[in-house]
Design a protein around this ligand. Sequence first.
Ligand code: SF4
Ligand code: SF4
Length: 403
Amino acid sequence: MQQLEALTREARALAGGMPTTAAETEVARQMQICNACRYCEGFCAVFPAMTRRLDFNKADVHYLANLCHNCSACLYACQYAPPHEFAVNVPQALAVVRGQTYSDYAWPPALGALYKRNGLTVALATAGALALFLVMMLAWANGSLFHAPLAGNFYAVFPHNTLVAMFGVVFAFAIVALSVGVATFWRAQNPVPAAPVEARASPSTGSGRTGMGGAAAEATSDALTLKYLDGGHGQGCNETGDAFTLARRRFHHLTFYGFMLCFAATCVATLYHYLLGLHAPYPFLSLPVLLGTAGGIGLLLGPAGLLWLNLRRNPQEVDVQQRPMDRGFIALLLLTSLTGLALLAWRDSGAMALLLAVHLGFVMGLFLTLPYGKFAHGFYRSAALLKYAIEKRQPNRLALGAD
Ligand code: SF4
Ligand code: SF4
């Protein structure tokens, strides 16, 4: 029996692959040091997951990189951080590999590599080109960009079926690309069947939720509450020094729930259209407009705050090479919400068609680039949290960590 377990472990290590890039090898080196130290074990999920391993293969390194929230608590706590000769900087080392995983698992791979190299340019160029295309179509079809007020009737500019066809294609592409990426990531993490998930609660959280269902519920809750952005002590992340702040968690929440409210507004409007036969434009106090307005405000405040934090973040805590990619995503979110709110404010004016074309261009640009940057991290991170919740419910053969 013991021999079988040893063989299974060996197969798992081989299937996971040895670290191949310099960044992966650096994470494996630092994890060996952390595994001997373990001072940061209570900070986040990365360190308890680390204590279940003695070696770190490629899949392990990718898993830990996507478990990390880059809160930087472990950098400021570390006695081996630079200028110590061990040069342990876990947030930065994991950030480099995390950025690499966005393109490693991206589908199609060429788009992932392109976005990684020039995220800001690709995001803005895609959205700008689509907006320009729609504006030119408008000018060509109507002979002018301006018109008599249309009482906010978008379908007088772009017919309903044209909008459904355009967004159906873009939305389907984003869903397929994200699904393929996450499925590839999950397969790399689980190359051989995992040990059974025990019908027991998580020992480290004391959660009463058991088995696979409990693991899924715990991972969902941890992802939705951004649990590990509290630094492990509830006071938040480090941004520019050793002071804690919950600002990043708050701005992330505004962004995420703003996005979800906008998505909910679209779903409700679709139900109104097809189920109830109620066609847009909807009044300002109708459910789709209220949801869209609240979501737009969240998507304005959240990304603005994240951009402000990004601009002043201590470069030692991050991978500075990824800044164009991060800022490209934040810029598109900001421009999407700004143009959406402008469209709502001036929907009964002669500039509505122009505002609509620009807004639609930015929305399509956002969805086309979603699978390649920070947004994809939300999905890889959720998959990593699910793996972590499952692992905690499996026997720990090493029994060296807190769980
Ligand atoms: S980051 Fe530093 S203090 Fe924390 S576990 Fe690793 S070596 Fe120890
Ligand atoms: S940066 Fe934060 S989330 Fe990442 S390993 Fe360190 S303590 Fe954990």
